[in-house]
Design a protein. Structure first.
Length: 319
């Protein structure tokens, strides 16, 4: 059966959008090979690659750990969660997309942990948040092997990864059995979140944002949740980070472009408002003229904001 007979024109538009998201985050899916790493990262950097943190339904889920050197001990951890509309992408994407930022963080002694999770065509929500929790729990329980500080963990992500990073952090102070593989809450805690243009409230993600009709039953949100938020508001609420914000929520650093045609700018405004109402420390940075994952986010001034924030929440004195 051909694509044209299988998909309606609207479905083809959604497929093109997913490819757009893949290109934004994976830089055309170019591999992160040894030549790329040697040219862009510290010469002493060590990589623990393709560590299987979980096997589920015949799928091996893996993570990579990037450290300044093998001798670094008690490294603070930044868990990077990739984007791609919950449908595409992989753990290598942000290493290429955020090369300069990651180089600076690794040079300052942070360990970057880049993780894979089940995509929406493999499993619907809450599989993705279960996987993120399991990946972080793996790091927590194996911290001594990789010389990581299990008590200094922050999360970071853009778009779908921003949503998952925010959700990991906001639900971490609650006990939500459905969000854990075995129904048991792990012991790790999240010290801070860097959320770049992620969805915070699925029920407010409505209408046409420019590239996306969020009300369409075949939208990226519907593929993630198993149904449109309009059809399953209960699931939409459960998957929304704002649902779990309390005074105990960890600090947030939020970025969003005011010309984003994919995830509405209002999503980060809503997140900021909920955090303010709960008295949670947060900073919301509007990136003027920026779209969705566009080059503006890589400016030095924004990298410096991220580094300063992570240094604060992780108490990093390792320069």
């Amino acid at each position: 059966m051909s694509l044209h007979s299988f998909f309606s024109m609207k479905h083809i538009v959604h497929l093109l959008l997913l490819f757009f998201c893949m290109e934004v985050f994976s830089q055309e899916n170019k591999p992160v090979d040894s030549l790329f790493l040697k040219a862009n990262f510290p010469e002493t950097m060590v990589i623990f690659k393709d560590i299987v943190y979980k096997r589920v339904n015949g799928i091996e889920l893996k993570l990579d750990i990037y450290k300044r050197s093998v001798s670094d001990a008690n490294s603070p951890v930044v868990v990077s969660i990739h984007g791609g509309a919950w449908y595409a992408g992989s753990k290598q994407d942000d290493v290429r997309y955020s090369t300069k930022l990651f180089n600076e963080l690794i040079s300052k002694g942070y360990a970057i942990v880049s993780i894979d999770y089940r995509l929406s065509q493999q499993a619907v929500f809450p599989a993705q948040i279960q996987d993120c929790n399991d990946a972080i729990n793996y790091i927590f329980t194996h911290s001594s092997i990789y010389k990581l500080d299990k008590n200094r963990i922050a999360v970071m992500g853009g778009s779908a990864g921003g949503h998952l990073a925010a959700l990991v952090a906001t639900m971490n102070v609650h006990n939500i059995p459905d969000f854990y593989t075995n129904g048991k809450k792990p012991k790790f805690s999240i010290k801070g979140v860097v959320d770049l243009y992620g969805v915070s409230d699925f029920m407010a993600c409505r209408g046409n944002s420019g590239y996306v009709d969020h009300d369409d039953p075949n939208s990226a949100e519907a593929k993630l949740l198993g149904a449109s938020p309009l059809e399953r508001p209960d699931v939409a609420k459960k998957a929304s980070p704002v649902t779990y914000i309390t005074k105990d929520t960890p600090p947030f650093l939020i970025f969003h472009g005011d010309k984003d045609p994919v995830v509405q700018y209002s999503q980060s405004v809503i997140l900021h408002s909920y955090l303010q109402l709960a008295g949670v420390k947060n900073k919301f940075i509007t990136v003027p003229g920026a779209g969705h994952g566009t080059a503006e986010f890589g400016r030095d001034e924004y990298n410096e904001e991220i580094i300063s924030f992570l240094s604060s929440v992780l108490n990093n004195k390792n320069k």
